[in-house]
Design a protein around this ligand. Structure first.
Ligand SMILES: NC(=O)c1ccc[n+]([C@@H]2O[C@H](COP(=O)([O-])OP(=O)(O)OC[C@H]3O[C@@H](n4cnc5c(N)ncnc54)[C@H](O)[C@@H]3O)[C@@H](O)[C@H]2O)c1
Length: 270
């Protein structure tokens, strides 16, 4: 390991179980010698797995519903107390669609569910940055990253309303990133990750097909959760100080492909 985050303090949202991308980021951040607070929705705490991660990474847990400004204010204040200063990096690794969970089609959702999913998956990123910005809680040259998916740009029908949530999330990264850059010298980016076997990922209808198709289309194959964590660490480190307002594809090349030989072979009749 490289001591890339030595002396840095962070907040990591979204580690649910050992498959979570945020879980891998926490493990890697610990290896790179960061100190951080873990947070997740109070309901996710009941599953208990996060306690294991906290023990392993020598970190504390502060529950917070990322849609609640009260919870977020408490989280940021307590994190600075526990960590002993301002924050250097934040990972937003949160996604949930009630319409997907309930199996409702994109063409006829329950709009209350749509609003809830948007609040959790997209607006929460704005709320997190609002609290960090207005409490002046970020150190200069800090880094804020959220995770996203390419359905924000291209059509993946079964990704349902999460596609719209991700488009909104990516736009928030640019819009808030402007103010964070000018006023605080903090960078804000999204990483657009390959399909990954996690609780949120495998909740998407037909995920196996999705995953296998991307694997065959990508020159380097799908990026794993651990590889995503490595990339995220590089964005938290001082090696990427002038990267901001970007949506960065971390997908083995998938996003620039038209067709691959491996996929074409499936369509050539003998
Ligand atoms: N798995 C994939 O295929 C894939 C691909 C690209 C991007 N992503 C994105 O990566 C991120 C992490 O997802 P993951 O795949 O690791 O799945 P995951 O299910 O492990 O993580 C999602 C997290 O969101 C948390 N969450 C839900 N509601 C919340 C709330 N109100 N407040 C706080 N936290 C809340 C969950 O408790 C969970 O920890 C998500 O933004 C997801 O959309 C995933």
């Amino acid at each position: 390991m490289y001591n890339l985050l030595k002396g840095k303090r962070g907040i990591i949202f979204g580690a649910l179980d050992e498959n979570s991308i945020a879980w891998k980021v926490a493990e890697r951040a610990h290896e790179e010698r960061a100190s951080f607070v873990l947070t997740n929705a109070p309901v996710a705490m009941r599953m208990g797995a996060i306690k294991e991660l906290a023990k392993k990474t020598n970190s504390e847990i502060i529950p917070a519903d990322a849609t609640s400004m009260d919870d977020l204010n408490n989280l940021v204040e307590k994190s600075m107390e526990i960590l002993g200063g301002k924050i250097d990096f934040v990972l937003h690794s949160i996604g949930m669609s009630v319409n997907v969970r309930k199996g409702l089609p994109y063409t006829n959702p329950n709009y209350k569910y749509t609003e809830k999913g948007w609040d959790v998956s997209a607006l929460s990123f704005h709320k997190v940055m609002n609290v960090l910005y207005n409490k002046d809680a970020m150190n200069e040259w800090g880094s804020i990253v959220a995770l996203t998916y390419m359905a924000a740009q291209r059509v993946f029908p079964d990704y349902n309303d999460m596609a719209d949530n991700k488009a909104y999330l990516e736009s928030i990264a640019r819009s808030f990133g402007y103010f964070f850059g000018v006023d605080k010298k903090v960078r804000v980016n999204t990483i657009s990750q390959s399909p990954t076997w996690t609780t949120a990922g495998s909740g998407v209808k037909g995920f196996e097909g999705f995953f296998n198709y991307a694997e065959k289309m990508s020159p380097l194959g799908n990026a794993t959760a651990l590889e995503c964590a490595d990339y995220t660490i590089s964005l938290f480190s001082d090696l990427t100080k002038k990267v901001t307002l970007q949506n960065l594809f971390h997908d083995g090349g998938f996003s620039n492909m038209g067709v691959s030989q491996a996929v074409m072979e499936k369509f050539i009749e003998e």
